[in-house]
Design a binder for this molecule. Structure first.
Ligand SMILES: Cc1cc2nc3c(=O)[nH]c(=O)nc-3n(C[C@H](O)[C@H](O)[C@H](O)COP(=O)(O)OP(=O)(O)OC[C@H]3O[C@@H](n4cnc5c(N)ncnc54)[C@H](O)[C@@H]3O)c2cc1C
Length: 322
């Protein structure tokens, strides 16, 4: 599988890169990571890099030092036919077999800078809570909806992260990408097709995003944000490993309501459990395996369909080999 194909498959939601790419051998991997300045590790468990604390190993994990390092990785991986998968880790279920090829963490892409009075540029590895804190310190409004969303800026663009209060597409001005040939390009938000919890960006790896925000009194932004965070704490199982809402809300109703009405709160397969606090969250109450979670997901979908005729669609992405 080519890098170009693989990068695009991320955006097109082909869930799992494994089977088609399982052939990338040790030599290919070494060629893909040769000369990188960032951290490179082989056969790395991804479990602790996910908020659900589930997942098998990556053939290699690379933490590029900077954009130039990432460009080099993209070019070399493309030549060596090694697939890349960018990991933030908070909206994913990774199967036990893990991910073939190279998992890329953008954790060193963490700069934020103000451009003019209303525009902020954040690198793709910045966590949304960090970005929100920065936005508040600049007395800028427009990202309050993101309070409590734990993913990275890059992941939030790809998932069009949001709540009923707002979403990424409302304040995104443009993104910076490393395209499949390893070139840095800028794309305006108008070139991205946003739907409910998905942003279809041109093929590549998002390395940064520009946000268009509005000046507002800091106490007002702070108090709105704090009230959203209090609401989340009261209604979501934040003390247990989870990956946010499992299913998208169907039109005119909420997935949590349908699951609760189907009597599934507390339903359990192995150590995977439907949260008692919020039925659209699956929590890992111990050593849950990806297969437990998948069986529980199917059970929820079947029960809700039998009782209401509604097919619940996954918000999470499920990736990796079984
Ligand atoms: C407690 C909790 C609450 C949550 N609440 C919400 C909520 O209210 N609303 C909401 O929308 N989400 C919510 N989420 C889910 C999650 O935080 C968001 O979907 C987030 O945007 C995912 O970001 P991530 O960096 O973790 O991406 P991941 O989940 O790791 O990845 C998602 C996809 O994006 C791709 N990707 C990631 N980064 C890049 C990049 N830089 N370039 C190209 N592709 C990339 C990945 O390969 C993958 O295909 C919640 C999660 C938790 C744990």
């Amino acid at each position: 599988m080519s890098v170009q194909h693989n990068l695009r498959s991320n955006q097109l939601e082909r869930q799992g890169l494994g089977r088609e790419s399982a052939s990338s051998g040790e030599g290919d991997l070494l060629a893909a990571v040769a000369g990188l300045r960032g951290e490179v590790k082989f056969n790395v468990s991804l479990r602790d890099l996910t908020s659900l604390r589930i997942g098998g190993p990556a053939d290699a994990l690379v933490v590029p030092e900077d954009v130039q390092d990432l460009c080099r990785l993209v070019k070399q991986a493309r030549s060596a036919h090694v697939p890349l998968f960018v990991l933030g880790g908070t909206n994913l279920l990774i199967r036990e077999g893990g991910l073939r090829g190279i998992v890329v963490s953008l954790s060193k892409f963490n700069a934020i800078q103000k451009e003019g009075t209303q525009v902020l540029y954040a690198e793709a590895g910045v966590r949304m809570p960090t970005l929100l804190g920065h936005v508040i310190s600049c007395s800028l409004s427009g990202l309050e909806w993101a309070a409590g969303i734990p993913g990275t800026v890059g992941g939030a663009v790809i998932m069009n992260a949001g709540t009923h209060l707002g979403e990424m597409k409302d304040c995104l001005q443009a993104i910076r990408l490393v395209d499949p040939k390893g070139r840095v390009v800028k794309c305006s938000a108008s070139s991205i097709s946003f739907t409910y919890r998905r942003g279809v960006v041109p093929a590549g790896i998002v390395v940064g995003a520009w946000f268009s925000l509005t000046p507002a009194p800091k106490p007002k932004i702070e108090s709105t944000t704090k009230s959203y965070l209090r609401y989340r704490k009261a209604t979501q199982p934040l003390t247990r490993p989870n990956a946010g809402s499992v299913f998208k809300n169907p039109p005119h109703t909420s997935a949590g309501k349908l699951i609760e009405e189907a009597g599934l709160k507390g339903a359990r397969v192995g150590d995977a459990q439907v949260s008692h606090k919020h039925a659209n969250f699956i929590i890992n109450v111990g050593q849950a395996r990806a297969t437990d979670v998948v069986v529980l997901i199917k059970k929820i979908q079947q029960t809700v369909f039998q009782q209401t005729g509604v097919t619940l669609e996954l918000e999470w992405k499920i990736v990796g080999d079984s």
